[in-house]
Design a protein around this ligand. Structure first.
Ligand code: PMP
Length: 305
């Protein structure tokens, strides 16, 4: 990670190296933090943040689920802080990590007496699964770990604790020579990757696991749903059985980090022709066209810095 000059903390710009918390902060022991990952893209007309308001809304939603009192902050203030950071750090493009955590004070399971600390960092970041992944696709496996059961750790909240499950999925996949693992939900239906949503294409129809199958409601996922609708490609949200992946024509991941990345094999079974398929390519091309500013921002997804 390449440090930038400033990190935003509770309304102030502080030096990157001063953004430290006490080891007895509640979030360290109990995982009581909610966060976001957001991208800012370089365009001919300056840096633009992708779906800024949706990301800000999701961190407030995640906090609400965990009874974290965010009343000291407003969504507009958080959004503005992110725009300010790009300017202050003189970045053309970046990845943001806004995080709200229960800080230092008492130490017990109930952290409601501890202060809420909000930090926003940003730095330059490239392609998550490597530069070739976007065109060549990645090799993945079904994880031996399931995603969280409903009514255990809420999947709709992007909370730090959920990423213990993600880490198990990711580390196992890497240990076995895959780029990523796909978890099933507790009923055996496809849920999502350790840090991305999944889409399957068969006979020109796109399928994606429903919100009720322990998935994070991805903002890139929502963007693909809207793009498919706009482009007249039928899309069904529902239960996706594991074996549907093996007989798919195409599979792709979506996420702020992976953007739109094709999957070329699952459990060493080749998907379709073993390279990026035509539906994936069409959606990728539209997606990258919009975020890079070479196509019209028809949905108003970009916010200028
Ligand atoms: N699922 C998980 C578990 C994730 O961590 C992410 C990344 N935030 C996603 C899906 C994709 O969400 P988004 O498109 O909003 O980045």
């Amino acid at each position: 990670m390449k440090p930038t000059a400033k990190i935003w903390h509770n309304g102030n710009m502080i030096d990157w190296h001063d953004a430290k918390i006490h080891v007895l902060s509640h979030a360290i022991s109990y995982g009581s933090a909610v966060f976001e990952g957001v991208r800012c893209y370089e365009t001919k007309t300056g840096p633009k943040v992708f779906r800024l308001n949706e990301h800000v809304r999701r961190i407030f939603d995640s906090a609400k689920i965990y009874r974290m009192d965010m009343s000291a902050f407003t969504p507009d203030q958080i959004a503005q802080a992110m725009l300010d950071l790009v300017r202050v750090n003189e970045l053309k493009s970046c990845y943001f990590r806004p995080i709200a955590l229960r800080g230092y004070g008492q130490l017990g399971v109930n952290g409601q007496g501890n202060p809420i600390e909000v930090y926003i960092a940003c730095w330059e970041w490239g392609k998550y699964l490597g530069e070739d992944a976007i065109t060549q696709g990645v090799d993945v496996c079904i994880s031996s770990w399931n995603r969280m059961a409903p009514n255990t750790l809420p999947a709709l909240a992007k909370s730090a604790g959920n990423y213990n499950n993600s880490q198990l999925i990711k580390m196992e996949a890497l240990a076995n020579g895959y780029s990523e693992g796909i978890a099933l939900d507790v009923n055996g239906y496809i849920s999502e990757g350790s840090g991305e949503n999944i889409f399957v294409v068969r006979d020109g129809v796109i399928y994606t696991p429903a919100i009720a199958t322990s998935v994070l409601p991805g903002i890139t996922r929502d963007s693909i749903v809207k793009l498919a609708q706009h482009m007249g490609i039928p899309l069904i949200e529902g239960g996706v059985p594991r074996e549907m992946l093996y007989v798919a024509d195409e599979i792709f991941f979506t996420g702020t980090a992976v953007e739109v990345t094709p999957v070329r094999s699952v459990d060493k079974i080749t998907i379709g022709s073993g390279s990026r398929g035509p539906v994936t390519e069409k959606l990728q091309s539209k997606f990258f066209g919009i975020v890079n500013g070479t196509e019209e921002d028809i949905f108003g997804w970009l916010t200028a810095v």
